[in-house]
Design a protein around this ligand. Structure first.
Ligand code: FAD
Ligand code: A2P
Length: 301
Protein backbone atom coordinates (compact mmCIF):
# COMPACT_ATOMS: atom_id res chain seq x y z
CA UNK A 1 0.00 0.00 0.00
CA UNK A 2 1.46 3.40 -0.91
CA UNK A 3 2.32 5.49 2.13
CA UNK A 4 0.06 8.32 1.02
CA UNK A 5 -3.04 6.29 1.80
CA UNK A 6 -1.71 4.87 5.04
CA UNK A 7 -4.76 4.68 7.24
CA UNK A 8 -3.73 2.50 10.13
CA UNK A 9 -0.80 1.93 12.43
CA UNK A 10 1.85 -0.21 10.80
CA UNK A 11 3.52 -2.17 13.62
CA UNK A 12 6.76 -2.26 11.61
CA UNK A 13 7.06 1.51 11.41
CA UNK A 14 7.97 4.07 14.01
CA UNK A 15 5.87 7.19 14.32
CA UNK A 16 6.85 10.57 15.68
CA UNK A 17 5.49 11.13 19.16
CA UNK A 18 5.47 14.64 20.62
CA UNK A 19 5.09 14.88 24.40
CA UNK A 20 3.99 17.92 26.42
CA UNK A 21 7.62 18.71 27.31
CA UNK A 22 8.60 18.78 23.65
CA UNK A 23 5.47 19.69 21.73
CA UNK A 24 5.22 20.56 18.06
CA UNK A 25 3.89 23.87 16.82
CA UNK A 26 0.95 24.17 14.46
CA UNK A 27 -0.09 27.46 12.90
CA UNK A 28 -3.75 28.38 12.47
CA UNK A 29 -4.86 28.71 8.84
CA UNK A 30 -8.57 29.24 9.49
CA UNK A 31 -11.21 29.03 12.20
CA UNK A 32 -14.83 28.86 11.03
CA UNK A 33 -18.13 28.31 12.78
CA UNK A 34 -19.92 25.08 11.81
CA UNK A 35 -23.40 26.05 12.98
CA UNK A 36 -25.74 28.95 12.30
CA UNK A 37 -25.34 32.21 14.24
CA UNK A 38 -28.44 31.60 16.35
CA UNK A 39 -27.42 28.08 17.52
CA UNK A 40 -26.90 27.89 21.27
CA UNK A 41 -23.61 25.99 20.89
CA UNK A 42 -20.46 27.36 19.29
CA UNK A 43 -18.77 24.59 17.33
CA UNK A 44 -15.81 25.33 15.09
CA UNK A 45 -13.71 23.82 12.35
CA UNK A 46 -10.11 24.87 12.87
CA UNK A 47 -7.47 24.14 10.25
CA UNK A 48 -3.79 24.18 11.21
CA UNK A 49 -0.69 24.17 9.07
CA UNK A 50 1.66 21.28 9.91
CA UNK A 51 4.51 22.64 7.82
CA UNK A 52 7.91 22.12 9.46
CA UNK A 53 6.25 20.39 12.43
CA UNK A 54 7.41 16.83 11.72
CA UNK A 55 3.99 15.63 12.89
CA UNK A 56 2.24 12.67 11.28
CA UNK A 57 -0.76 10.63 12.30
CA UNK A 58 -3.09 7.99 10.91
CA UNK A 59 -6.85 8.21 10.44
CA UNK A 60 -8.81 8.08 13.68
CA UNK A 61 -6.09 9.44 16.00
CA UNK A 62 -6.16 12.50 18.26
CA UNK A 63 -3.78 15.25 19.31
CA UNK A 64 -3.25 17.14 22.55
CA UNK A 65 -3.52 20.93 22.71
CA UNK A 66 -1.82 22.98 25.40
CA UNK A 67 -3.68 26.23 26.03
CA UNK A 68 -1.52 29.22 26.89
CA UNK A 69 -1.88 30.68 30.36
CA UNK A 70 -2.10 29.16 33.81
CA UNK A 71 -4.67 28.02 36.31
CA UNK A 72 -5.60 29.88 39.50
CA UNK A 73 -2.70 28.14 41.31
CA UNK A 74 -0.19 29.48 38.78
CA UNK A 75 0.38 26.12 37.06
CA UNK A 76 0.60 25.79 33.28
CA UNK A 77 -2.55 24.32 31.80
CA UNK A 78 -2.54 20.61 31.13
CA UNK A 79 -3.19 19.45 27.58
CA UNK A 80 -6.70 18.51 26.43
CA UNK A 81 -7.28 15.88 23.78
CA UNK A 82 -9.06 16.47 20.45
CA UNK A 83 -9.82 13.96 17.70
CA UNK A 84 -8.32 14.87 14.36
CA UNK A 85 -11.23 15.73 12.08
CA UNK A 86 -9.24 15.60 8.85
CA UNK A 87 -8.04 12.47 7.13
CA UNK A 88 -4.37 11.53 7.39
CA UNK A 89 -3.80 13.51 4.18
CA UNK A 90 -5.38 16.62 5.68
CA UNK A 91 -8.04 18.88 4.20
CA UNK A 92 -5.40 19.97 1.67
CA UNK A 93 -4.82 16.38 0.50
CA UNK A 94 -1.05 16.90 0.84
CA UNK A 95 -0.51 16.10 4.49
CA UNK A 96 0.36 19.72 5.22
CA UNK A 97 -2.71 20.51 7.34
CA UNK A 98 -4.67 19.08 10.23
CA UNK A 99 -8.23 20.03 11.27
CA UNK A 100 -10.14 19.87 14.53
CA UNK A 101 -13.86 20.12 15.27
CA UNK A 102 -14.23 21.78 18.66
CA UNK A 103 -17.20 22.78 20.77
CA UNK A 104 -16.88 25.67 23.21
CA UNK A 105 -17.42 23.80 26.48
CA UNK A 106 -19.12 26.36 28.71
CA UNK A 107 -21.29 25.19 31.58
CA UNK A 108 -23.54 26.93 34.03
CA UNK A 109 -22.69 25.28 37.35
CA UNK A 110 -25.18 24.36 40.07
CA UNK A 111 -24.19 27.66 41.71
CA UNK A 112 -25.53 29.54 38.64
CA UNK A 113 -22.02 30.66 37.62
CA UNK A 114 -20.88 30.35 33.98
CA UNK A 115 -17.73 28.24 33.82
CA UNK A 116 -15.77 28.59 30.61
CA UNK A 117 -13.87 25.52 29.42
CA UNK A 118 -10.17 26.43 29.35
CA UNK A 119 -8.88 24.75 26.23
CA UNK A 120 -12.04 24.70 24.12
CA UNK A 121 -12.36 28.48 24.53
CA UNK A 122 -8.67 28.88 23.70
CA UNK A 123 -9.16 26.89 20.47
CA UNK A 124 -12.49 28.44 19.51
CA UNK A 125 -10.95 31.94 19.84
CA UNK A 126 -7.82 31.21 17.77
CA UNK A 127 -7.08 33.55 14.88
CA UNK A 128 -5.31 32.99 11.58
CA UNK A 129 -1.53 32.96 12.16
CA UNK A 130 -1.72 31.99 15.86
CA UNK A 131 0.79 29.32 16.87
CA UNK A 132 -0.38 26.47 19.06
CA UNK A 133 1.56 23.86 21.06
CA UNK A 134 0.42 20.33 20.34
CA UNK A 135 1.23 16.77 21.40
CA UNK A 136 0.62 13.41 19.79
CA UNK A 137 -0.31 11.57 17.79
CA UNK A 138 -2.51 9.94 20.45
CA UNK A 139 -4.80 6.92 20.58
CA UNK A 140 -5.32 3.73 18.66
CA UNK A 141 -8.93 3.02 19.59
CA UNK A 142 -10.37 3.98 16.22
CA UNK A 143 -8.39 2.39 13.42
CA UNK A 144 -9.75 1.60 9.97
CA UNK A 145 -9.60 -2.03 8.89
CA UNK A 146 -7.23 -3.18 6.15
CA UNK A 147 -9.93 -4.89 4.09
CA UNK A 148 -11.70 -2.25 1.98
CA UNK A 149 -14.69 -4.55 1.59
CA UNK A 150 -15.50 -4.07 5.25
CA UNK A 151 -18.84 -2.40 5.97
CA UNK A 152 -18.24 0.67 8.13
CA UNK A 153 -20.86 1.47 10.73
CA UNK A 154 -20.20 4.93 12.16
CA UNK A 155 -22.04 6.33 15.16
CA UNK A 156 -21.33 9.85 16.40
CA UNK A 157 -22.93 12.44 18.62
CA UNK A 158 -21.87 16.09 18.42
CA UNK A 159 -18.12 16.60 17.96
CA UNK A 160 -17.77 12.81 17.98
CA UNK A 161 -18.19 13.31 14.26
CA UNK A 162 -14.50 14.37 14.04
CA UNK A 163 -12.94 10.91 13.46
CA UNK A 164 -15.92 9.94 11.30
CA UNK A 165 -15.23 12.92 9.07
CA UNK A 166 -11.62 11.72 8.85
CA UNK A 167 -12.79 8.27 7.76
CA UNK A 168 -15.36 9.63 5.31
CA UNK A 169 -12.84 12.01 3.75
CA UNK A 170 -10.33 9.18 3.51
CA UNK A 171 -12.88 7.08 1.67
CA UNK A 172 -14.18 9.78 -0.68
CA UNK A 173 -11.18 12.05 -1.20
CA UNK A 174 -8.04 10.00 -0.62
CA UNK A 175 -8.46 6.27 -1.18
CA UNK A 176 -11.65 6.56 -3.26
CA UNK A 177 -11.95 2.78 -3.24
CA UNK A 178 -14.03 1.66 -0.22
CA UNK A 179 -16.17 -1.18 -1.42
CA UNK A 180 -17.86 -2.16 1.83
CA UNK A 181 -20.22 0.81 2.08
CA UNK A 182 -21.01 2.96 5.10
CA UNK A 183 -23.94 3.30 7.49
CA UNK A 184 -23.50 6.62 9.28
CA UNK A 185 -25.60 7.57 12.32
CA UNK A 186 -25.42 11.09 13.76
CA UNK A 187 -27.05 12.29 16.97
CA UNK A 188 -27.43 15.93 17.89
CA UNK A 189 -29.90 18.31 19.40
CA UNK A 190 -31.30 19.83 16.22
CA UNK A 191 -30.88 19.59 12.45
CA UNK A 192 -28.99 22.88 12.35
CA UNK A 193 -26.32 21.26 14.57
CA UNK A 194 -25.73 18.39 12.14
CA UNK A 195 -22.03 19.13 11.79
CA UNK A 196 -20.76 19.23 8.19
CA UNK A 197 -24.32 18.36 7.15
CA UNK A 198 -26.21 21.62 7.62
CA UNK A 199 -26.75 24.92 5.81
CA UNK A 200 -23.50 26.44 7.04
CA UNK A 201 -21.30 23.51 6.02
CA UNK A 202 -22.68 20.57 4.05
CA UNK A 203 -19.51 18.88 2.87
CA UNK A 204 -20.35 15.40 4.20
CA UNK A 205 -23.82 15.54 2.61
CA UNK A 206 -22.21 16.68 -0.64
CA UNK A 207 -19.84 13.73 -1.08
CA UNK A 208 -20.74 11.92 -4.22
CA UNK A 209 -19.22 8.75 -5.58
CA UNK A 210 -21.59 6.23 -7.16
CA UNK A 211 -19.24 3.41 -6.14
CA UNK A 212 -19.47 4.23 -2.44
CA UNK A 213 -22.81 3.52 -0.85
CA UNK A 214 -23.35 5.65 2.26
CA UNK A 215 -26.63 5.68 4.20
CA UNK A 216 -26.99 8.54 6.67
CA UNK A 217 -29.42 8.45 9.62
CA UNK A 218 -30.12 11.37 11.93
CA UNK A 219 -31.39 11.46 15.51
CA UNK A 220 -32.24 15.03 16.53
CA UNK A 221 -33.22 14.73 20.17
CA UNK A 222 -34.96 18.10 20.52
CA UNK A 223 -36.91 17.83 17.26
CA UNK A 224 -37.79 14.16 16.90
CA UNK A 225 -39.41 11.56 19.13
CA UNK A 226 -38.90 7.82 19.20
CA UNK A 227 -41.60 5.13 19.06
CA UNK A 228 -42.25 5.61 22.81
CA UNK A 229 -42.77 9.33 22.38
CA UNK A 230 -39.46 10.16 24.10
CA UNK A 231 -36.41 12.00 22.76
CA UNK A 232 -34.99 10.41 19.65
CA UNK A 233 -31.46 9.31 20.52
CA UNK A 234 -28.93 7.73 18.20
CA UNK A 235 -29.58 4.24 19.65
CA UNK A 236 -33.30 4.62 18.82
CA UNK A 237 -32.36 5.34 15.18
CA UNK A 238 -30.19 2.22 15.20
CA UNK A 239 -33.20 0.39 16.66
CA UNK A 240 -35.28 1.44 13.66
CA UNK A 241 -32.73 -0.31 11.41
CA UNK A 242 -31.89 -3.17 13.73
CA UNK A 243 -32.57 -5.88 11.16
CA UNK A 244 -29.99 -4.38 8.82
CA UNK A 245 -27.47 -4.03 11.64
CA UNK A 246 -28.12 -7.60 12.77
CA UNK A 247 -27.52 -8.85 9.26
CA UNK A 248 -24.18 -6.98 9.17
CA UNK A 249 -23.22 -8.37 12.58
CA UNK A 250 -24.07 -11.90 11.48
CA UNK A 251 -22.13 -11.54 8.21
CA UNK A 252 -19.16 -10.45 10.29
CA UNK A 253 -17.27 -8.27 7.83
CA UNK A 254 -18.04 -4.96 9.52
CA UNK A 255 -16.20 -2.44 11.64
CA UNK A 256 -18.27 -0.31 13.99
CA UNK A 257 -17.11 2.96 15.54
CA UNK A 258 -18.68 4.94 18.36
CA UNK A 259 -17.48 8.44 19.23
CA UNK A 260 -18.99 11.25 21.28
CA UNK A 261 -21.00 11.26 24.48
CA UNK A 262 -20.33 8.72 27.19
CA UNK A 263 -23.57 6.80 27.47
CA UNK A 264 -24.09 6.10 23.78
CA UNK A 265 -22.58 2.65 24.07
CA UNK A 266 -24.85 1.69 26.95
CA UNK A 267 -27.93 2.81 25.02
CA UNK A 268 -26.79 0.89 22.01
CA UNK A 269 -26.16 -2.26 24.06
CA UNK A 270 -29.74 -2.11 25.34
CA UNK A 271 -31.17 -1.87 21.83
CA UNK A 272 -28.99 -4.62 20.37
CA UNK A 273 -29.39 -6.90 23.42
CA UNK A 274 -33.17 -6.68 23.19
CA UNK A 275 -33.09 -7.69 19.53
CA UNK A 276 -30.42 -10.38 20.08
CA UNK A 277 -32.58 -12.08 22.68
CA UNK A 278 -35.41 -12.38 20.13
CA UNK A 279 -32.86 -14.23 17.97
CA UNK A 280 -31.74 -16.47 20.81
CA UNK A 281 -28.35 -14.76 21.02
CA UNK A 282 -26.41 -13.20 23.91
CA UNK A 283 -25.29 -9.75 22.78
CA UNK A 284 -22.69 -9.18 25.48
CA UNK A 285 -20.94 -12.45 24.54
CA UNK A 286 -21.05 -11.51 20.86
CA UNK A 287 -19.69 -8.06 21.63
CA UNK A 288 -16.75 -9.52 23.57
CA UNK A 289 -15.75 -11.42 20.46
CA UNK A 290 -16.24 -8.38 18.17
CA UNK A 291 -14.03 -6.32 20.50
CA UNK A 292 -11.29 -8.94 20.27
CA UNK A 293 -11.54 -8.79 16.48
CA UNK A 294 -11.35 -4.96 16.65
CA UNK A 295 -14.74 -4.68 14.98
CA UNK A 296 -16.28 -2.84 17.94
CA UNK A 297 -14.35 0.40 18.48
CA UNK A 298 -15.28 3.04 21.01
CA UNK A 299 -13.91 6.46 21.99
CA UNK A 300 -16.23 8.48 24.22
CA UNK A 301 -15.61 11.53 26.41
P1 FAD B 1 -12.25 22.36 31.16
O1 FAD B 1 -11.68 23.64 31.59
O2 FAD B 1 -11.41 21.14 31.26
O3 FAD B 1 -13.62 22.12 31.92
C1 FAD B 1 -14.38 20.97 31.67
C2 FAD B 1 -15.86 21.31 31.77
O4 FAD B 1 -16.17 21.59 33.10
C3 FAD B 1 -16.27 22.54 30.97
O5 FAD B 1 -17.52 22.28 30.35
C4 FAD B 1 -16.39 23.64 32.00
O6 FAD B 1 -17.38 24.59 31.61
C5 FAD B 1 -16.85 22.85 33.20
N1 FAD B 1 -16.48 23.41 34.52
C6 FAD B 1 -15.28 23.89 34.88
N2 FAD B 1 -15.33 24.26 36.19
C7 FAD B 1 -16.58 23.99 36.64
C8 FAD B 1 -17.26 24.14 37.89
N3 FAD B 1 -16.63 24.62 38.96
N4 FAD B 1 -18.56 23.73 37.96
C9 FAD B 1 -19.19 23.22 36.89
N5 FAD B 1 -18.62 23.07 35.69
C10 FAD B 1 -17.33 23.43 35.57
N6 FAD B 1 -13.82 17.91 22.37
C11 FAD B 1 -14.17 18.52 21.22
O7 FAD B 1 -14.76 19.61 21.24
N7 FAD B 1 -13.86 17.97 19.99
C12 FAD B 1 -13.20 16.78 19.88
O8 FAD B 1 -12.92 16.31 18.77
C13 FAD B 1 -12.82 16.12 21.10
N8 FAD B 1 -12.17 14.95 21.03
C14 FAD B 1 -11.84 14.31 22.20
C15 FAD B 1 -11.19 13.07 22.11
C16 FAD B 1 -10.84 12.41 23.28
C17 FAD B 1 -10.15 11.05 23.16
C18 FAD B 1 -11.14 12.98 24.54
C19 FAD B 1 -10.78 12.27 25.82
C20 FAD B 1 -11.78 14.20 24.63
C21 FAD B 1 -12.14 14.89 23.47
N9 FAD B 1 -12.77 16.13 23.51
C22 FAD B 1 -13.15 16.74 22.34
C23 FAD B 1 -13.04 16.81 24.80
C24 FAD B 1 -11.85 17.75 25.14
O9 FAD B 1 -10.70 16.98 25.41
C25 FAD B 1 -12.12 18.61 26.38
O10 FAD B 1 -12.48 17.77 27.46
C26 FAD B 1 -13.20 19.66 26.21
O11 FAD B 1 -12.89 20.54 25.12
C27 FAD B 1 -13.34 20.51 27.47
O12 FAD B 1 -12.08 21.02 27.81
P2 FAD B 1 -11.92 22.51 28.34
O13 FAD B 1 -10.48 22.71 28.70
O14 FAD B 1 -12.55 23.48 27.43
O15 FAD B 1 -12.80 22.48 29.65
P1 A2P C 1 -30.21 15.84 24.68
O1 A2P C 1 -29.15 16.86 25.03
O2 A2P C 1 -31.39 16.45 23.99
O3 A2P C 1 -30.61 14.98 25.85
P2 A2P C 1 -24.33 17.63 21.55
O4 A2P C 1 -22.96 17.11 21.83
O5 A2P C 1 -24.41 18.45 20.34
O6 A2P C 1 -25.00 18.19 22.74
O7 A2P C 1 -25.18 16.32 21.15
C1 A2P C 1 -25.31 15.27 22.01
C2 A2P C 1 -26.59 14.56 21.61
O8 A2P C 1 -26.64 13.31 22.32
C3 A2P C 1 -27.82 15.35 22.01
O9 A2P C 1 -28.81 15.14 21.04
C4 A2P C 1 -28.21 14.70 23.33
O10 A2P C 1 -29.58 14.83 23.61
C5 A2P C 1 -27.89 13.27 23.01
N1 A2P C 1 -27.78 12.42 24.23
C6 A2P C 1 -27.75 12.81 25.52
N2 A2P C 1 -27.67 11.73 26.33
C7 A2P C 1 -27.65 10.63 25.55
C8 A2P C 1 -27.58 9.23 25.78
N3 A2P C 1 -27.51 8.72 27.00
N4 A2P C 1 -27.58 8.41 24.71
C9 A2P C 1 -27.65 8.89 23.46
N5 A2P C 1 -27.71 10.21 23.15
C10 A2P C 1 -27.71 11.08 24.18
Amino acid sequence: MPDNILNRIDPNKSYPSFKAKEPFTAKVISNTRLVAKDCEDDIRHVVFSLENSGFRHVNGQSIGIIATGEDDKGRAYKQRIYSVASSALGDDGERKTLSLCVKRADTIGEDGVLYKGVCSNYICDLKEGDEVLCTGALGRALMLPVDEETKLILLATGTGIAPMRAFINHIYNDAKSWKGGVDFYFGGKRADEALYMNEVNSEISNHNNPNIKMNTYFAFSREMTNASGQKMYIQNKVGENIEQLWEDLKKGNFSLYICGLKGIEEGLDEVISAYASTQGADWMEMKKEFKKQKRWNVEVY
